[in-house]
Design a binder for this molecule. Sequence first.
Ligand code: AMP
Length: 298
Amino acid sequence: VETFTTVAALRHFLRQEGGDAGVGFVPTMGALHEGHRALVRAARRESRLVVASVFVNPLQFGPGEDFERYPRDLPRDAALLAEEGVDALFAPGVAELVPESQETYVDVPSMSQELEGRVRPGHFRGVATIVTKLFHIVAPERAYFGQKDWQQAMLVHRLVRDLAFPITLRVMPTVRADDGLAESSRNAYLDAASRQRATILYRSLVAGERVLARGVRRRAEVEAVMAATLAEEPTFTADYAVVRSAYGLKAEEQVTGDVALLVAGRLAGTHLIDNFVLRVEPDGVRPARDAGGWTFTV
Ligand code: AMP
């Protein structure tokens, strides 16, 4: 995989190699795992030229968060991307993407104030600003995001639409370990005992799905079951356990149609999130999408 650290060098490469090739783009913060690999594989299947980026975005970390200690291992990331046949890796330093004088920001208020946005003020403004910047630099035809960060994916959806980016957004299902824990770069912070306890997020989502499968449709009742499950793990501090409409993230009285069950909290100092996106119909509940994930076109 060819690695580029400057915008100019990547643009030069894309002008040479891009031509009419639709570029598939996978933005990441590195410390790559099986979840990232699934995005890269989808991009490889669907695009002639695949670009991945590794950039630990300082704008999306709040004061006191883990920006400094966030896991970084570029040689290992490059090896994984090479293994998956990625054409170009964009790995700029902070100064290359965030000039000290930066004063222009992108905000998507309807998506950035609630849930993760409430727990992490400024987080989504940082995400939206850097994603916009990366979209301008890479100019992909398709961009790949993970269901794992569902609120982020819905924010990017809105951003692509509002700013008229000619980009198809692909959202791929969450990749999990055998015990259900969603793969995450932050799992590296957890020791063996905490790693095991972290499955509480998955277990609370399963509990929520189960009450829906039993026919319960009152949102408050489903959320109460999810919260009660999270409370079974005393070392876990819950931030939220909610049911929202899947794409607008609105709280409705009754749970019906495509919905997202979203949970988040802290375990041993590590911020963890997870979600299920389900299709709730009168006669049953199933995942809203199969392994192919979601395609959002503008
Ligand atoms: P990150 O490096 O954590 O910023 O994630 C980069 C991209 O990978 C985002 O679109 C994430 O949603 C996605 N991602 C992270 N973990 C997973 C996972 N377990 N399954 C699928 N996608 C994931």
